[in-house]
Design a binder for this molecule. Structure first.
Ligand code: ZN
Length: 545
């Protein structure tokens, strides 16, 4: 029903607008079968060419977005400046923006166009604690000591998607292309904090295809479970409550919440041996008490429980809760817990990935300069990684891993189980870095990130054009989604009805650092680039004595 309707409407539009010569032939035959063979709109190659050259014309804006968001350096749920800046650009360009969606103040949906298909672009905007780093400098040199920074490169994502969206808007207007484009930010992705809530709030209900983009050192896309290095997870905080007392004068009067945390951690570490090799779990103690002569009445520990699929993640979650309850019993304390993040392991759409791969190959890798390569190699040497500079070749589209091993997580997983989705990896960072560290921020406001974001924007725009002009592709993507991906696996959220987005997280940290970071916000009216504003010679590398 859904697709019959959208297909009919879009094909009508196509006939009216574009297939003046072809439509007579089409009308004489069974429309669907013929359309399937008529694999592409005659205008498509020219439109893609036009999209690529329009993206090139926006290079300065792309660079400014990369640099500006880098300078904001905002942690998850506190991306106020970033969201204000990006939605400002979109509103100025005629997009309708709905703010504060899914009960997340820094989340929004920007929309342009009308009718089917509805294509949504998503990319993350938050940064990493303690990752402050001067761009273009190949050794650890923070802008603000201890402050958050874009130590993964999420600052480049909106430059990719907004550039693509502005170009698409222009082409849709000029060539009367029907369809709707939407942009959504990945708020608090580092906390796996929002996408399950987006899904619950129905943000993707009317969306046909989601085109995600994420910074990488390579230019690639994937489908299914990809290289197998994805896990899903729940992120849970356990709060233990005991009884304070003088730790020397009357310890028998006290009940230590910290003891409970330590017993839970010890229990978990013993149990770890008897879990499936696919599990990955880790913790930080977020409250260990105040001072040693006070028996800690409050203590808290924060766990990520990762596994390969929903049932196993649920099982780990249950086991964590059992350990917490048992530790509370042993120590005479009480415990409650709060789910602060969750993610299904992503599963990406084969049909769109194959289409996207052709666009990646057509766009090709950015042309790196000697300065780009010098920065990359110096940084790789500095951190003891394999010294091989920046990648020069496109990655082929490979078969999904037969036996997934698991690894990191991304809450786009929840979206990918509700709408056909692909995840473009665009080449805007240096290979062989540790991830989530200052080192991953080094390239992120330099020509490496600027050029990589431009390349990414081209692929996003071209892939959207494929979908806008070829309704059969959208239908085939849904066939794959329904008949392959979700044939035996059905999405169930990890959220309970009471769970709410953890929007208060990172508030204190950001309040502490924002006044210092503000002094370094990028001002494109005065400086061509952020490197220029900071007075950094590009590249700045260690000179060996
Ligand atoms: Zn990320």
């Amino acid at each position: 029903m859904y697709y019959a309707r959208s297909f009919g409407r879009t094909m009508g539009e196509l006939m009216k607008n574009r297939f003046a010569t072809g439509c007579l032939v089409m009308l004489l035959c069974a429309p669907c079968a013929l359309f399937a063979q008529q694999s592409s709109s005659p205008q498509l190659p020219a439109l893609k060419q036009e999209a690529a050259s329009e993206v090139d014309k926006l290079q300065t804006l792309t660079q400014q977005m990369v640099d500006e968001i880098f300078s904001f350096s905002e942690l998850g749920f506190q991306e106020y400046e970033t969201s204000r800046y990006v939605t400002g650009i979109l509103e100025k360009n005629g997009f309708h923006v709905e703010h504060g969606v899914a009960d997340v103040p820094t989340a929004w949906v920007a929309t342009y166009g009308s009718g089917k298909p509805v294509i949504a672009f998503i990319t993350d905007i938050d940064c990493i604690p303690r990752a402050s780093q001067k761009p273009g400098v190949a050794y650890h040199d923070p802008i603000v000591e201890g402050a958050p920074g874009h130590g993964e490169g999420h600052n480049s994502g909106m430059a990719v998607n907004v550039t693509a969206a502005l170009v698409l808007k222009k082409l849709m207007d000029e060539h009367h292309i029907a369809g709707t484009i939407k942009l959504v930010p990945g708020v608090a992705e580092e906390l796996l904090g929002t996408k399950a809530f987006y899904v619950r709030a129905g943000l993707f209900k009317d969306v046909d295809i989601v085109l995600g983009a994420h910074v990488e050192s390579e230019f690639s896309t994937s489908y299914g479970t990809g290289n197998g290095e994805w896990s899903g997870l729940v992120s849970v905080q356990y709060f233990f409550h005991g009884k304070a007392a003088h730790a020397a004068a009357a310890p028998w009067e006290g009940r230590s919440a910290l003891d409970a945390v330590e017993l839970m951690d010890t229990g978990w570490d013993f149990r770890r041996e008897h879990l499936r090799p696919a599990q990955r779990s880790h913790r930080v103690i977020i409250n260990g008490g105040d001072q040693p002569n006070v028996v800690p009445s409050e203590a808290a520990v924060w766990y990520y429980f990762r596994e390969l699929d929903y049932p196993h993640i649920k099982e780990l979650y249950g086991l964590g809760n059992t350990m917490a309850d048992s530790s509370a019993k042993m120590t005479g304390t009480t415990v409650d817990h709060k789910l602060v993040g969750s993610a299904w392991p992503p599963y990406l759409n084969k049909v769109i990935a194959e289409t996207q791969q052709k666009n990646i190959e057509a766009v090709g890798m950015p042309k790196w300069s000697d300065a780009d390569q010098t920065l990359a190699k110096s940084l790789q040497k500095e951190i003891g990684a394999k010294v091989e500079g920046l990648k020069e070749k496109i990655e082929p589209l490979s078969e999904p891993a037969k036996k997934p091993t698991g690894g990191g997580s991304d809450d786009i997983g929840d979206i990918s189980w509700n709408v056909p989705m692909v995840y473009l990896m665009y080449p805007a960072n240096i290979p062989n870095l540790p991830g989530h560290s200052w080192a991953d921020g080094v390239a992120m406001a330099t020509p490496i990130a600027h050029k990589g974001s431009t390349a990414g924007a081209k692929v996003q725009a071209m892939t959207a054009l494929d979908l806008l002009l070829e309704p059969m592709l959208v239908q085939q993507a849904w066939d794959y989604f329904r008949n392959v991906q979700t044939k035996d696996t059905h999405y169930e959220t990890f959220l309970s009805p009471d769970d709410k987005p953890a929007i208060e997280m990172n508030k204190e940290k950001m309040e502490k650092f924002a006044p210092q970071l503000k002094k370094y916000y990028y001002d494109p009216a005065r400086f061509k680039t952020y490197l220029e504003q900071l007075g950094i010679q590009y590249p700045t590398v260690r000179t060996n004595p």
